[in-house]
Design a protein around this ligand. Sequence first.
Ligand code: DSN
Length: 474
Amino acid sequence: MTPVSSIYTQMLDVIAAVEPRVADATRQELTDQRASLKLIASENYASLPTLLAMGTWLSDKYAEGTIGHRFYAGCRNIDTVESVAAEHARALFGAAHAYVQPHSGIDANLVAYWAILNHRIESPTLKRLEKATVNDLTEADWEDLRHEFNSQRVMGMSLDAGGHLTHGFRHNISGKMFTQHSYGTNPTTGLIDYDALRATAREFRPLIIVAGYSAYPRRVNFARMREIADEVGATLFVDMAHFAGLVAGKVFTGEEDPVPYAHVVASTTHKSLRGPRGGFVLATPEYADAVDKGCPMVLGGPLGHVMAAKALAFAEARTAEFETYAQAIATNAQALGEGLAKRGVRLVTGGTDNHLLLLDVSAFGLTGRQAESALLESGVVTNRNSIPHDPNGAWYTSGIRIGTPALTTRGFTAADFDVVADLVATVLKAATPASTPKGPSKAKYVLEPGVADRVHARAAELLGNHPLYPELEL
Ligand code: DSN
């Protein structure tokens, strides 16, 4: 048995002694992940050192505050871990400042919003009350404060054009705390229309322009976004959660690299960047102090064990191997897109030039929900997603979002992705909506007999050629 296999075997035994169901589910998750074609664009497989770094006593320490300035005593080792992670993040992205505490992408975005409000809002009420304490505020003062902070404007990409919930969607806190106006994509090309975006920004005058996406299959020109932000006096905030790995791996350079252009950049660590589940924020020097107030302003105590894992993932992403990996993510996405298009699958925007693709499954008479379930039954894991102007809303949807970061980590090549395209197209063509007494169902589907088994068998062959965590004999 390899040393790392013996570490995990013993670890699972130790866990099983307390609660066997947790050990069993952990083991089963590995079996399931090994046996499925994971095409979820936002998932990946972290390295074993990164996973191992999360299972330690660094979890036991409270360390609210920032490096060298904590609300608890005895934080010297957390200071070290956080400093190392931040140092790697700065070097990796060429950023002036990095804050590695956020627990998730949403947390990172909240830190970014609060930092921008902190830095930008000249609150006359706060100024007037500078020396007062919270207890001195009258009801009228509170009302003024609410107005000064809550009437601020944000402009982000709409959810159905590919933006994220936290970019101002009405059912998210970002849509509640800001007056928001979203920008979409050109109805014909599906691409961001920078002239239209500029015209809207000139009219709406947002405090913050949010760039970035979770379901837009194209690159963004951040130089152009910054120009627009400067013209209207907005702060440019980029959410690069999805494509951080492509920035780190130098696939997105020049005007496609957000870091030189944005005032604040937020991200997750676990998507294309292939680290532990978590987030981080990069900032220019003027926003650094405000960003560092993330905890306890909007975050709970930092997770020392996860920051340790982030340090390892950032270090791994600074290698030539990671650049090769990032390039392969993009090349494979191209191959997957071409493979699907030549088999008659309509792709939103006609293709991809990042790591993800958005498939319009309405041409097959399916909703996204039906397509997602039919694919899952065949061993292909995807997620349903709205497409621009989706007639089926955000629950049923008309789209399927897929991406290449995870299978590229397993070593899938462009030729393998052509086979994956064939499997996806086969399932979509073999599925039809189930009928109900009220007409065709939007959730249930029927798959031609034998298709799921045949797709499973071909997927198993591909997966067998590219084992997941081959050094683990579990
Ligand atoms: N859940 C992430 C995604 O799948 O894109 C975003 O929050």
